[in-house]
Design a protein around this ligand. Structure first.
Ligand code: NAP
Length: 248
């Protein structure tokens, strides 16, 4: 184990692919999840079977106390933190803005925006050279939705992801001189469960023709970009927002 990474929402989809790839590159991995314990433990078992180190922690990233406990578990288990992937994200059923109630808006912004801020806070407290840390890297999961707007589907989610773009730019400037690089990845249409959660399991197939490469992306293709941004190969990349969209 060379370094330690926390991947929020590491039990499924892009987060699980990132957990497997970062373990293969030598990271000890904390696999955070919300409710799907079996899936998270499955990712951990795969990593251990391949000779890596990993453990799973349940925590709702939208809750301050859960995030504090999550990072304390990493302190206890690994005693260091070098990288954070703010991957946990969610959306709700497709609908127009005039149909959205306040409860939905609170939930969407709580997980996608507040959750990423809280995890950045804990990571900076541990990694910043201003706090005696060794530096590190953060990758935030935005979405192409932040520039496309997701009209008729989930403008709330798109706006939350626009906040992630701004968090990335601002935090990169805030802590760039303290040894921490902060970047974002903006996936396009990627084959994961998230589209079924929005009520349309076939969404990627429906929209594939609108993608210049004429296909949806694989979670592994996003993970490869995330792990590159974490690595020393991206040592001068800071405040960047990298589209992984097949050109859409
Ligand atoms: P996914 O398959 O739906 O998986 C979501 C993951 O986030 C799961 O591990 C889930 O845990 C976890 N999670 C959800 N809410 C959480 C919370 N409050 N606290 C902790 N963990 C939570 O999603 P995905 O498609 O891989 O998406 C990953 C990220 O990429 C998200 O930020 C998403 O917005 C972004 N993205 C995805 C696409 C796409 O096309 N797939 C496109 C653009 C951006 P459980 O398993 O325990 O439920």
């Amino acid at each position: 184990m060379d370094k330690v990474v926390l991947i929020t929402g590491g039990s499924r989809g892009i987060g699980a692919a990132t957990a497997r790839l970062s373990a293969a590159r030598g990271y000890g991995v904390c696999v955070n999840y919300l409710g799907n314990r079996d899936a998270a433990e499955g990712v951990v078992q795969e990593i251990m079977a391949a000779g890596g180190e990993a453990f799973a922690v349940q925590a709702d990233v939208s809750l301050d106390a859960d995030v504090t406990r999550l990072f304390e578990r990493i302190d206890t288990r690994f005693g260091r933190l070098d990288a954070l992937v703010n991957n946990a994200g969610m959306l709700e059923s497709q609908m127009r803005v005039e149909q959205m109630d306040g409860g939905r808006l609170s939930r969407v912004f709580a997980t996608n925006v507040t959750g990423s801020f809280l995890c950045c806070r804990e990571a900076v407290r541990r990694m910043s050279t201003a706090h005696g840390g060794r530096g590190g890297a953060i990758v935030n999961l935005s979405s192409a939705a932040s520039r496309l707007g997701s009209a008729g589907e989930y403008v709330d989610y798109a706006a939350a992801k626009a906040a992630i773009d701004t968090l990335t730019i601002g935090l990169a400037r805030e802590v760039g001189g303290e040894g921490i690089r902060v970047n974002a990845v903006r996936p396009g249409l990627i084959h994961t469960d998230i589209h079924a959660i929005g009520g349309e399991p076939g969404r990627v197939q429906r929209l594939a023709e609108s993608i210049p490469m004429k296909r949806g992306g694989d979670a592994g293709e996003v993970a490869a970009t995330i792990v590159w941004l974490l690595s020393s190969e991206a040592s001068y990349v800071n405040g960047a927002i990298v589209d992984v969209t097949g050109g859409r």
